[in-house]
Design a protein around this ligand. Structure first.
Ligand SMILES: Cc1cc2nc3c(=O)[nH]c(=O)nc-3n(C[C@H](O)[C@H](O)[C@H](O)COP(=O)(O)OP(=O)(O)OC[C@H]3O[C@@H](n4cnc5c(N)ncnc54)[C@H](O)[C@@H]3O)c2cc1C
Length: 486
């Protein structure tokens, strides 16, 4: 793989800035680099792939060379650190804010569910919950009660005795409400099945993602490919802050000095000296590089798969920005871009001349989906879209691509928070970051950005004495604070 150094600059050895190497150019590593550069450190990021962005990445469409996200990523209004990083890097406006969540019930009924911005929390949620026309009044009341019951100030075991979401919900919520609300919402927010996730992670989603604030549940949808936002714009902004980013270069070992402090990182034969290192790679890569520093990651840390089904039709098949398809195999569908197609792909007399319309179906916790048979999955997803959207019935599927990441996110099972490591390690100048570390957040872009900021903060604290706080959560009003605590 060829190596790339952004900005063609090398860290200047003659100045007295303290030199830090960040291993991994995902959102955790890039956010750590940003915070460190802002505090005056000389920062180098080493990323093994050709582009930065890690799991939030795009692939090049072989048809026209355009960038297509491997899987649609969305953030929520409660993701304060992720949004702050995007603002600082100058592309905050390239995240579209969808205040209305579109749900499509099993019988095809559409519900536009919009939290009321003018009502104080938690009343702002009433139009969202009561807008779901696929539920009876009784079911809506049960759902509102279930949310409140989960959110109310309480002690939930966070060790391995913590109940799973399914166990907690089954004794408290109607089966239909679990199937048509809790399951799709939890699986898409946490990327894991309700049978496996711990209830404390679900409580976090309910409190921070819905109840806490009228803007918490807003959906932030990137309007540019992730590869452009994080792989190009974020990296270029970091270059302006003085960060040197090397891509296509793999760290093969951490180098230690006599007093067991880190002295640098090895990329094959080459050694990059450093006064401190932030290791911002996924847990398996971290365990390979520093096996004696981490808890036994193999037993406790399990990845959960997410599948994206990319479809290019000869016309636009639906008129919404996104939709949550409840009670189906397909969980979310997102509107994509229009692109030009080759003449031989296009049948005459249908659709807009020479155009293909991309849309993407996202299925979280996709373990064992359609018995791993891609053709069957594709047929199922297309059949579901044709059942829901009349326009899809006549549309021709021009091409498709199924992308599964088998370890897309950390599976937040009961007790996981007791083993997620913090940013600090037993080695005084080695720090950990990554969406799998102890952030209090599930494995998300927000979790990754926070982890990078935590690692930078403790590093700065250990060298300069003053830690940098992360951006605060959306402000909870007095009623919410009284009700949920904190
Ligand atoms: C399919 C899918 C859908 C998702 N959907 C969402 C979503 O909608 N919303 C959301 O918030 N989150 C979503 N996520 C999760 C989100 O992408 C991750 O939580 C986040 O990107 C993790 O960032 P990270 O920096 O912790 O790790 P990574 O992105 O994995 O970055 C680690 C980096 O380290 C590099 N690396 C590894 N080993 C080495 C080495 N030895 N030397 C140098 N570099 C190395 C890797 O190449 C990688 O770039 C999704 C993830 C996937 C896969």
């Amino acid at each position: 793989m060829t190596e790339n150094t952004h900005d063609q600059r090398e860290v200047d050895d003659t100045n007295d800035q303290r030199r830090v190497v960040v291993v991994g150019g995902g959102l955790a590593g890039l956010s750590a680099a940003a915070a460190l550069a802002e505090s005056g450190f000389a920062v180098e990021v080493i990323e093994s792939r050709r582009n930065c962005g890690g799991r939030a990445a795009s692939f090049e469409d072989p048809q026209d060379g355009s960038l297509v996200d491997a899987c649609q990523h969305v953030a929520m209004g409660c993701c304060t650190n992720f949004l702050d990083l995007c603002q600082r890097a100058g592309f905050g406006s390239e995240l579209r804010r969808d205040r209305t969540l579109w749900f499509i019930g099993p019988d095809g009924t559409r519900s536009a569910c919009t939290p009321a911005g003018w009502l104080p929390a938690p009343l702002h949620l009433l139009p969202l919950l009561f807008g779901m026309s696929h539920f009876s009044v009784w079911e809506k009341l049960a759902l509102a009660y279930g949310m409140m019951r989960l959110a109310v100030r309480q002690t939930i075991a966070t060790d391995s005795t913590e109940p799973t979401a399914a166990r907690w919900l089954r004794s408290r919520q109607p089966e239909r409400v679990i199937h048509l609300f809790w399951q799709p919402v939890i699986e898409s927010a946490l990327g894991e099945s309700i049978e496996l996730v711990g209830i404390s992670a679900v409580r976090k989603v309910v409190v921070d993602g819905f109840l806490a604030h009228p803007q918490a549940a807003d959906l932030l949808v990137p309007t540019e490919p992730l590869g452009k936002l994080f792989g190009t714009k974020l990296v270029s902004w970091l270059g302006d802050q003085g960060v040197v980013v090397h891509t296509g270069r793999t760290v093969t070992a951490i180098q230690y000095g006599d007093s067991h402090e880190v002295t640098g990182v090895c990329c094959g034969e080459a050694v990059l000296p450093a006064e401190a290192v932030v290791l911002a790679v996924p847990w398996r890569a971290a365990a390979r590089l520093v096996p004696d520093v981490l808890p036994p990651v193999d037993e406790s840390f399990v990845g959960s798969p997410i599948t994206a089904v990319h479809l290019w039709f000869d016309r636009q098949i639906f008129d919404l920005p996104h939709a949550v398809l409840v009670g189906r195999v397909s969980q979310w569908v997102f509107q994509g871009d229009e692109e030009h197609i080759e003449k031989d792909e296009k049948p005459s007399g249908v659709g807009k001349e020479g155009m293909a319309h991309h849309c993407q179906v996202v299925i979280s916790a996709s373990r064992g989906l359609c018995d791993g048979n891609r053709e069957h999955l594709l047929e199922t997803v297309v059949a579901e879209l044709r059942e829901i959207f009349p326009e899809a019935q006549a549309a021709r599927l021009i091409r498709s691509r199924v992308v599964t990441d088998p370890t897309a996110v950390l599976s937040v099972r009961p007790g996981i928070d007791t083993v997620r490591p913090s940013a600090r390690t037993p080695i005084q100048n080695l720090f950990l970051a990554g969406d799998w570390t102890q952030t209090g957040w599930p494995s998300t872009m927000e979790g990754a950005v926070r982890s990078g900021r935590y690692a930078a903060s403790v590093l700065i604290g250990s060298m300069n004495g003053t830690e940098r706080p992360v951006v605060e959560d959306l402000r909870k009003n007095a009623v919410i604070r009284l009700f949920v605590g904190g």
